[in-house]
Design a protein around this ligand. Structure first.
Ligand SMILES: [Zn+2]
Length: 449
């Protein structure tokens, strides 16, 4: 905000306050000033946001042009210190909770009210990009910065959350909602060290894990801005995605057994070739998943052939089938068709088939009021929007267990993510951050009431 704008803004809010103090007999001038106090015309500083994204991308920069800022690595520790300092400069009271999340609070006029929480993560996959998590994190801090610059007096406490270790298992957000089991603390993380030791190293306190836990109702609402990581918005040329939910994931371990025999002496009509059966099943998975309308996806991503020799007919094939959708019923009905066909295929090839379903990730739906809020803000900002599911997991799915949750997506150019080639245009980032800013303001002003 330029200096002259700031003066006229302060003058306007001052006039509004004086009128209200005098008993609310508003004049035309004061009425015009009131919307300013609500912050409706405030916008993020897109250039500052782009600069900060660039600054953050230097920490853990890899030769491919992305970042390798894996949770608990020296680059992550450096990134966290950088972010915590930025949060303090934005006027937030910063602390590290017992799981290692960085939380920055802007106290509210109603000190006892449940906080409105918004944020994302700054850890990356190995050889990741500069936008996954970073866009939401830098934008959340930018929102706090805009509120500070304008002297906004929030009613509810606002809390910026930078969740720890999102990429290897939503560690921080699961700890925040009380879903991180004590037994997990002893398990080695990616670097081989026990999780507890890693958490301690970033300033958390695994012995007091229970203190990080939040019961349902203790958070007023959770909002997260994130890159889409898919190509829907980019292909449609639509700047804002209103996330319907984070898909559930069913992961089946399938084994097809035939008979491993001599590849030279066994005639073609006397074989029990497990790979032949598995191959037909792979095709069936794709066909069945595509046979019904919707955005469900199904993938066979791993396949192991035994004994795995050129001169032996495959006797056993183990493979995975992964199904994702917003509705568990869709996943279950797809699987029942896949299973039926797979058994018939196996039988025709003289094989047997069995499977195991790993503990599924349940879908996490966004709150309908939060979707309306995001869509309404986008409309008011003149930004086209589209409802879509998130095919990737996010910290927001954990927060959905304890609070109304909403997610804003911005386009990922070419739908590329978890890659140094990941890119979102600065104007899209700024648009997303403005939607976040206005949504936070409206939540504070009672949008969910
Ligand atoms: Zn992410």
């Amino acid at each position: 905000m330029a200096e002259c704008d700031r003066r006229s803004f302060l003058g306007a809010t001052g006039a509004a306050a004086a009128i209200l103090a005098a008993g609310g007999r508003a004049t035309g001038r004061a009425v015009a000033a009131v919307p300013e106090a609500s912050g409706r015309t405030w916008r993020v500083d897109g250039a500052r946001l782009a600069r900060r994204l660039k600054d953050l991308s230097r920490l853990g920069a890899n030769p491919q042009g992305g970042v390798s800022r894996v949770a608990f690595s020296p680059a992550d520790v450096e990134g966290r210190a950088f972010v915590a300092e930025m949060m303090r400069a934005a006027g937030l009271q910063v602390r590290i909770d017992a799981v290692g999340n960085i939380l920055g609070r802007r106290p509210g006029l109603r000190a006892e009210a449940a906080p409105i929480v918004f944020g994302s993560h700054i850890d990356s996959v190995p050889e990741g990009g500069n936008y996954d998590g970073d866009v939401g994190s830098m934008s959340a801090i930018e929102v706090a910065e805009v509120l500070r610059e304008n002297g906004y007096r929030n009613r509810s406490p606002l809390e910026v959350a930078i969740w720890c270790d999102e990429e290897s298992g939503l560690t921080g957000s699961r700890g925040f909602v009380g879903d991180l089991g004590a037994e997990e603390l002893g398990r080695p993380a990616r670097d081989g060290l026990p999780l507890a030791e890693n958490i301690r190293r970033i300033g958390g306190d695994p012995a007091r894990l229970a203190e990080a836990r939040h019961e349902k109702g203790t958070v007023a609402a959770y909002l997260e801005l994130h890159i889409e990581q898919g190509g829907t918005l980019d292909a449609a040329g639509i700047p804002i995605g209103v996330v319907e939910g984070i898909v559930g994931i069913h992961h089946y371990e399938v084994v097809v057994r035939g008979f491993a025999n001599h590849a030279g002496t066994t005639p073609m009509d006397r074989r029990q070739d497990a790979l032949l059966a598995a191959s037909e099943i792979v095709l069936a998975v794709n066909r069945i998943v595509r046979s019904v309308p919707g955005r469900q996806v199904g993938t066979v991503g791993r396949l192991a052939v035994r004994p795995g020799a050129p001169n032996v007919i495959p006797g056993e094939v183990a493979f995975t089938v992964e199904l994702r959708d917003l509705r568990t019923e869709t996943i279950e009905s797809l699987w029942s068709r896949i299973e039926g066909e797979a058994r018939a295929i196996a039988e025709r090839q003289g094989c047997t088939m069995e499977y195991l379903l790993r503990p599924p990730d349940q879908p996490a739906l966004t709150d309908a009021r939060m979707r309306d809020l995001i869509a309404g803000v986008a409309d008011d900002l003149g930004l086209r929007h589209l409802n879509l599911p998130s095919g990737a997991g996010h910290d927001a799915q954990e927060l959905a267990r304890i609070a109304p949750m909403g997610m804003i997506f911005i386009p990922s150019v070419g739908g590329i993510s978890h890659s140094p080639k990941e890119y979102s245009r600065p104007e899209d980032v700024a648009n997303g951050a403005n939607v976040l800013l206005q949504a936070v303001l409206r939540l504070d002003q009672g949008a969910l009431k």
